[in-house]
Design a protein around this ligand. Structure first.
Ligand code: OOG
Ligand code: MG
Length: 266
């Protein structure tokens, strides 16, 4: 290629975009959506996400699983984005449910109940079905994800949210790990904040069946060359709209068959 070609105007600055999000997270300062000044395609956004995750790995965090986002209508309507997306969870995101979340480490956290899969076999898409997901699953458990967008007012496009690793921050798991027998779409979920019921849902809220949601990620990530690994956790997506996490709050989710999980904030 000729040395005269101006690279900066033709090449997406994946590292620079990722650096904006990493700095926002490190300094707990929200930023404008990347889409405000860059024309990002979904595939570009997944490259930015990979760079954000690479920075976490450089700091010693390990990828321990995947996470689905915007898999329920409740979440899509709440966020104004009509498509699911995926990201990855790291060792630094798994929070001990018995310890309160320190809100000073986050920007504007919200909490959402999720059904979490523990994989025993690899899922390498495309072509993965919900049946394949259940066959590859050791157990499922109750989870609460604490999401935290790096964007101002939690407002973003699909491409922005993909770049931001699907608003990942922390998550907690319940204590009961159950074999995935029966229909996970029928699992009931009750979400409470400080003992008050705020939302209810069934497993079917995510893609009609949480196993279908995991299959979607296996296939979408598979097309980009990434398989879901044995031992990984996969968060199948918020079943309800997320609720803000404020100082002193206790948010809990109770599931049929999976038991309960709760998180406190200070
Ligand atoms: C985007 C990602 C959401 C889920 O489960 O839907 C997510 C967001 O709502 O900030 O983790
Ligand atoms: Mg989530």
């Amino acid at each position: 290629m000729s040395g005269n070609v101006p690279k900066a105007t033709t090449t997406l600055d994946v590292r620079g975009l990722a650096a904006r999000l990493i700095t926002a997270e490190d300094t707990r300062t929200d930023v404008l959506p990347l889409s405000r000044d860059v024309d990002l395609a979904v595939d570009d956004a997944y490259l930015v996400q990979r760079e954000v995750l690479r920075a976490k790995e450089e700091r010693g965090e390990r990828i321990i699983g995947g996470k689905l986002g915007l898999t329920s209508r409740a979440k899509q309507i709440d966020m104004g984005v009509d498509n699911p997306l995926y990201g990855f969870v790291t060792s630094g995101m798994l929070h001990d449910a018995t310890a309160p979340v320190d809100l000073s480490t986050l920007i504007h956290p919200r909490v959402e109940p999720e059904i979490v899969f523990v994989l025993k076999e690899e899922l390498a898409g495309p072509g993965i079905t919900p049946g394949d997901v259940l066959d590859a699953t050791a157990s499922v458990c109750a989870g609460l994800e604490i999401i935290d967008s790096r964007y101002q007012a939690f407002k973003f496009t699909l491409e922005d949210a993909v770049s931001d690793n699907a608003s990942s921050a922390l998550f907690v798991l319940g204590n009961e790990f159950v074999e995935p027998s029966g229909d996970l779409s029928l699992l009931g979920c009750l979400l409470q904040v400080n003992g008050k019921q705020v939302a209810t849902a069934a497993g079917a809220a995510v893609c009609g069946d949480p196993a279908q949601a995991v299959a979607w990620m296996a296939n979408a990530a598979g097309r980009r060359g990434t398989a879901l690994k044995p031992g990984w956790l996969v968060l199948s997506g918020g079943l309800t709209a997320a609720v803000p996490l404020r100082s002193g709050d206790c948010v809990s989710a109770d599931f049929s068959r999976l038991g309960g999980v709760s998180v406190r904030a200070r």
